[in-house]
Design a protein around this ligand. Structure first.
Ligand code: AMP
Length: 490
């Protein structure tokens, strides 16, 4: 499977951790629900590790949350502490060995780690750990974090996290289950999201607030950039560990990744996207009859575009919800077929009409070309493509898998050349200033490196930037890993 997975723009992962304060309520069912809510952040593998403070049990597998877990498995994941993960490979290939949470033994008992992001110094850290006798079983940078924690020359697990954080470079949002605590920490720029929530008798850490809604929790606040949050039955403590010179929240979380019902940094994602659509309509009006969103990624922005332009919003494309993401298809040929069965145009709506087609982003340009062609085949007289983000010119080193600029259509082509390539009558992108205005966040609080090349960290070397930076390792086939792995307590 690994060899055929194309290197394309990919979404990163979702993490969650739960601690039930009464020490009796099982945490795995809550994490299970949270992972369902975070499924959009990764569909390659899912996993949960649970513990009662002494014995840790974990289950991970390739596939969707619904495929990976059965009621029996959730029941077997015993204990009032749990950490979970959904994965979309940005570091390491798609094998079971790379599924998370990663579990390693430590002086404090078994330790389970779930990570979202991408370390830029993972190869160097791994070499140093290997030289120290560490044996790696996966090719992920998450295992580097796990071993670094486990080998920290300190006396408590909390100190291990404080030891680890300054040694990691890049984007990291990490949740850890160790002893009778769950820990959450975030890089000094807060590139990927991590939010603390609370329920009637539990604490929860999750990538997005939509996970809280599903488990009956309330958001209590973001884990601050550079901060370590320690959740125990007795309460939660936030410890500032790293100096945080400037925030750099990933702008693509707002553009595409996050679920519309999530609130990031006090901004609801749907409303932010709707404002992007409104501004897009002001910046790029179109002589058209109706506005059609690309479902579902363009829906919120299309609503804003229609409101601002006064054009009717119409359902002109129908998405088949039972087809996996185009990006998961293993070969270009299959992916090509995938796009066609995934979307269909409504001839009755678009025939003879001038259509404004709204999507959140153009990455390689393949999707837009196909959709424009689809609308034309269904009779659309004109197709005016409007994109609610600026052109993506630069690769991301923080968890989105753009291994080379060559794949990014806007890296090498002008807007007019892109218009021609996708076959639209006109093409308009939201400006960067318009994006910032829609987000109502200061420019300095955002990472917009994919748009303007201003990276908040040092730019990784060739070796560090590659997705396969930590490979090769011994291949592990799914059958080599027990379904439910049980580690005895200390
Ligand atoms: P393309 O230009 O063909 O690479 O694809 C752009 C389409 O993919 C748009 O509809 C986006 O909403 C969607 N998209 C953007 N980023 C991602 C991502 N990381 N994973 C999956 N789809 C994405």
């Amino acid at each position: 499977m690994d060899a055929t997975i194309e290197r394309v723009w990919k979404e990163e992962c979702g993490v969650a951790a739960v601690l039930c304060r009464d020490r009796r309520t099982p945490a795995a069912p809550l994490i299970h629900l949270a992972l369902y809510a975070l499924q959009h952040r990764g569909q390659e593998s899912a996993g949960i590790a649970a513990s009662d403070g002494r014995r840790l049990t974990a289950h991970r597998d390739l596939g969707l949350v619904a495929q990976v877990f059965t009621p029996e498995i959730i029941l077997a994941l015993d204990g009032w502490l749990a950490v979970g993960h959904v994965r979309y490979a940005t570091m390491g290939s798609v094998t079971l060995a790379n599924a998370q949470p990663i579990v390693v033994s430590s002086p404090w008992g078994p330790l389970a780690v779930a990570h979202n992001g991408n370390l830029i110094n993972a190869p160097a850290l791994r070499r140093a750990l290997e030289a120290d006798g560490c044996v790696f079983t996966s090719s992920t940078d998450t295992e580097v974090i796990a071993h670094l924690l486990a080998r920290a020359p300190v006396s408590t697990a909390e100190e291990a996290a404080r030891y680890c954080m300054p040694r990691l470079e890049g984007a990291f949002t990490v949740t850890v289950l160790v002893e009778d605590m769950v820990l959450g920490f975030r890089d000094r720029h807060g590139i990927r999201p991590l939010i603390l929530g609370g329920g009637p008798n539990f604490w929860i850490l999750a990538s997005e607030t939509c996970a809280f809604d599903h488990v009956g929790g309330e958001p209590l606040g973001e884990v601050e950039p550079g901060e370590l949050v320690v959740c125990a039955a007795e309460g939660v403590r936030a410890v500032p560990v790293l100096e945080a010179p400037r925030r750099a929240h990933c702008v693509f979380e707002y553009i595409y990744f996050a679920r519309p019902d999530t609130v990031l940094f006090h901004r609801n994602v749907h409303q932010a996207r709707r404002r992007m659509g409104r501004i897009l309509a002001r910046e790029h009006p179109a002589p058209a009859d109706l506005v059609v969103p690309v479902p579902d990624s363009g829906s919120s922005a299309a609503m804003g575009y229609a409101e601002e332009s006064g054009l009717p919003l119409e359902i002109g494309l129908i998405k088949n919800r039972y087809i996996g993401r185009t990006f998961l298809q293993p070969s270009p040929a299959v992916r090509d077929a995938g796009v066609q069965i995934k979307l269909n145009a409504l001839r009755e709506v678009v025939d003879g009409r001038r259509v404004v087609l709204v999507d959140d982003s153009i990455v390689r340009g393949t999707t837009s070309s196909r959709i424009v062609a689809l609308l034309r085949r269904a009779g659309a007289r004109e197709v005016h493509m409007r994109v609610s983000s600026p052109p993506i010119h630069f690769p991301c080193f923080y968890g989105i898998d753009t291994s080379s600029r060559g794949q990014l259509i806007a890296a090498t082509r002008s807007v007019e050349e892109i218009r021609e390539q996708i076959g639209a009558d006109s093409l308009g992108y939201l400006s960067q200033a318009g994006l910032v205005e829609a987000l109502r966040l200061p420019t300095e609080a955002l990472c917009m490196a994919c748009l303007d090349g201003r990276y908040p960290t040092r730019v990784p070397t060739e070796e560090e930037a590659g997705r396969a930076a930590l490979e090769p390792v011994a291949a592990t086939s799914p059958s080599e890993i027990p379904e439910v792995a049980v580690w005895p307590g200390r």
